[in-house]
Design a protein around this ligand. Structure first.
Ligand code: MRU
Length: 353
């Protein structure tokens, strides 16, 4: 099944905390249940979080049919705030909540009965758009990768993180399918192990040659000439191109810069937050210490050890070779290139201002 699926008034969520060993589906029937699934990372990955949040808004819009227009809009706004708070770094959640709220506000003649259909229509549009975006990113990104060699990736940016084939992982798989001879170094991605559990699973199913490595192996692999490109996703891209992504991404960018290796970020333009000027303004989610203290529920560190668990970090624009978006490839200066792409209706080509 897909990572999320809307069926009969329910959001069916493939519980990613149980993968790869168990395929368990959670059925969310309220916006609060969707927010909870987002918070515990049953559903994850910036684009998919936006889609899940949009369907969470549908569940809210379908609630209490006795309330009038104002009452239902209030409830919808409260549900939106709860969904946004469930994971603050991925801008796609706030973006999708904003789109569904706009759709609700323009529902026919402020008619309460028209709300559920208007919000559902918008959620389905967001999901379809992401599918198309992934294909565009995959095609554009595949062209950037070498004809043969090793690509290193971090976290999970594939079908489990989007409504389509993925972003960074989408471009790697597309390059493989186009006949490029690539081998993928998969960072295990501590502490939640999205690389080991999810990316390895997806690449295995796609039959792309890959090797799982501890995150800390990246430096020595690069020093030995065993990495030809790094490709990662993004949770929020500031207006100047600074990019928040899974913690550990910044280290890879520093290492790639030191070794002269291209460092690619892949994300739909919906991940660009023009209201955030630079990476310094991006809120970094701090997660439960238990993820670090007891991965998979097994305690490693002594009880009572103090833990810091930032889920993301920020890679400065100056360290990024290119951002592959659904409307074109942004190359430095990234802020100007992103502005051009955001302003353009649908140019399907590289942009080098
Ligand atoms: O904490 P997660 O698993 O939601 O983090 C996901 C990432 O950091 C991804 O790299 C990013 O969302 C891009 S997903 C296409």
């Amino acid at each position: 099944m897909k990572a999320v699926e809307w069926a009969d008034g329910t959001l069916r969520i493939l519980d990613q905390t149980r993968l790869p060993h168990q395929e368990v589906v959670i059925e969310a029937r309220t916006a609060r249940e969707v927010a909870a699934a987002i918070g515990r990372m049953s559903v994850r990955g910036a684009p998919l979080l936006g889609i899940a949040a949009a369907y969470g808004m549908v569940l809210s819009a379908s609630g209490d049919s006795r309330a009038g227009w104002e009452g239902r809009m209030d409830a919808l706004e409260r549900a939106g705030a709860e969904l946004i708070a469930s994971r603050p770094t991925a801008v796609n959640v706030a973006w999708a909540v904003g789109r569904t709220l706009d759709a609700a506000r323009s529902a026919a003649d402020r008619c309460p009965a028209a709300l559920p259909a208007a919000v559902l229509h918008e959620a389905q549009r967001i999901e379809r758009e992401d599918e198309v975006s992934c294909l565009a990113i995959a095609r554009l990104g595949a062209d950037l990768l070498p004809g043969s060699g090793n690509v290193l990736t971090h976290c999970n940016t594939g079908a489990l993180a989007t409504a389509g084939c993925g972003t960074a992982l989408g471009m790697i798989v597309a390059a493989h399918e186009a006949g490029k001879h690539l081998h993928v170094w998969v960072d295990e991605t501590r502490p939640v192990l999205q690389g080991a559990r999810l990316t390895a699973w997806e690449l295995q199913r796609a039959e792309v040659p890959m090797t799982l490595v501890a995150d800390s192996a990246a430096g020595s692999l690069m020093a030995r000439g065993l990495v030809d490109a790094v490709a990662v996703g993004a949770d929020r891209i500031a207006a100047n191109g600074d990019t928040a992504n899974k913690v550990g991404t910044y280290v890879l960018a520093v290492l790639a810069g030191h070794h002269g290796i291209p460092f690619y970020v892949a994300a739909p333009l919906s991940t660009v937050d023009v209201t955030t000027a630079t990476g310094a303004d991006i809120v970094i989610e701090e997660r439960d210490p238990a993820e670090v203290l007891a991965p998979g529920g097994t305690p490693f560190a002594p009880a009572g050890t103090r833990v810091a668990n930032p889920a993301f970090d920020v890679t400065p624009a100056s360290m990024i070779t290119a951002i592959v978006t659904d409307r074109g490839v942004a190359t430095p200066p990234l802020g100007a290139a992103l502005r051009t792409l955001l302003g353009a209706p649908a140019p399907r080509q590289a942009v080098s201002p």
